[in-house]
Design a protein around this ligand. Structure first.
Ligand SMILES: Nc1nc2c(ncn2[C@@H]2O[C@H](COP(=O)(O)OP(=O)(O)OP(=O)(O)O)[C@@H](O)[C@H]2O)c(=O)[nH]1
Ligand SMILES: [Mg+2]
Length: 320
């Protein structure tokens, strides 16, 4: 098996497979997914623990020159962290599921931050995924190089990482500017076996519009909030009705306390109105249609410990 895994595809053959992106919160996993796909699919905010489930993004490369035809399915996952709530545990379960049965893993680290416990935990997860006995090839992306004052700072960071694992490749990148992301992409495609087209032409994700709509509302809200509040919200889509000229969406933003609700709504409803405007703009881009967005705010105490509510959220927003 292992030998055929990395065999060259036959002429005209397709390289295809799944690669999970794993790393501590806030390293830029979702930014990289969007960069490679060339469109916004995963939400991005300045807050850690933005991504809460795993999400597939399907990238296609036509054969050109030395480049093989490829279908690379990237799996974005929640940041590996040490939170203790039921919700935190569910997020970690999504990281493990994101790694299950994949062809390789892409570990991401942030060159502006020292190696920490969460990096070690992420490395441990990709090194020994529950999925199986044979080790996955792991590529390391050292992200945010645009923030280094001097590129020579990279050398000791690279050396230290090389000692931690026998990586299939190490690539310094900037997911934000796109620097070296193509090189990284080609290193990932190199690892893919010859395989089938897993998804039909045109499909870019496994997630439904309902899921993506909830994510875009959550992104708009998280971007306007500070401190602990971004982590205390959850979004559920109550209605998503496509019409000939307009899609009607009703969404509920849940928070945990009345005081948080007051902040979310803002004075005279200013905050919730601003969230709505931002979310509607993103939804219209994503759905390529006009959108009417109705937003409601509700309190659900301790929802992060409420297994039933967490399941309910996931089931309602689930995959297609
Ligand atoms: N300067 C710089 N900022 C970046 C880069 N990549 C991502 N960011 C920023 O880092 C923050 C986190 O990015 P995300 O893509 O949400 O990170 P993530 O790893 O998906 O985070 P979680 O979903 O919380 O695990 C955002 O503010 C991004 O704009 C980069 O290459 N350079
Ligand atoms: Mg993310």
């Amino acid at each position: 098996m292992a030998a055929s895994k990395h065999s060259q595809p036959e002429p005209g053959g397709l390289r295809s497979g799944f690669i999970a992106i794993v790393g501590r919160p806030n390293v830029g996993k979702s930014t990289l997914l969007n960069r490679i796909l060339g469109r916004k699919l995963a939400i991005v905010t300045p807050h850690p623990q933005t991504t809460r489930t795993h999400l597939l993004g399907i990238y296609r490369q036509p054969a050109e020159g030395l480049r093989p035809a490829a279908q690379l399915i990237l799996v974005d996952t929640p940041g590996v962290h040490r939170g203790k709530t039921q919700h935190n545990r569910e997020m970690l379960r999504h990281v493990r599921q994101g790694l299950e049965g994949r062809d390789a893993a892409l570990l991401m680290a942030d060159v502006t931050r020292p190696f920490g416990a969460e990096d070690a935990q992420a490395l441990e997860l990709v090194r020994l995924p529950d999925a199986g006995p044979s080790p996955l090839p792991v590529v390391l992306a050292l992200n945010k190089i645009d923030r280094l004052r001097d590129r020579r700072e990279l050398l000791p960071i690279l050396e230290a990482w090389k000692k931690r694992h026998d990586f299939a490749a190490l690539v310094p990148i900037s997911a934000q500017t796109g620097e070296q992301t193509d090189r990284l992409l080609q290193a990932l495609i190199e690892l893919l076996p010859q395989g089938p087209e897993y998804f039909p032409e045109g499909q870019i994700t496994n997630q439904s519009d309902r899921f993506l709509a909830a994510e875009l509302v959550r992104e708009a809200a998280m971007r306007r909030l500070r401190d602990e509040l971004p982590h205390a919200i959850a979004v559920q889509i109550e209605k998503l009705e496509p019409g000939p000229r307009l899609t009607r969406i009703e969404a509920v933003i849940y928070c945990e306390r009345e005081g948080q609700k007051a902040i979310l709504v803002g004075q005279h409803g200013e905050q919730i109105r601003a969230i709505g405007i931002q979310a509607r703009r993103e939804l219209e881009k994503h759905l390529a249609t006009q959108v009417f967005l109705g937003l409601h705010v509700a309190v659900r105490e301790q929802w992060r410990e409420d297994r039933g509510f967490l399941r309910h959220l996931e089931a309602r927003d689930g995959e297609i």
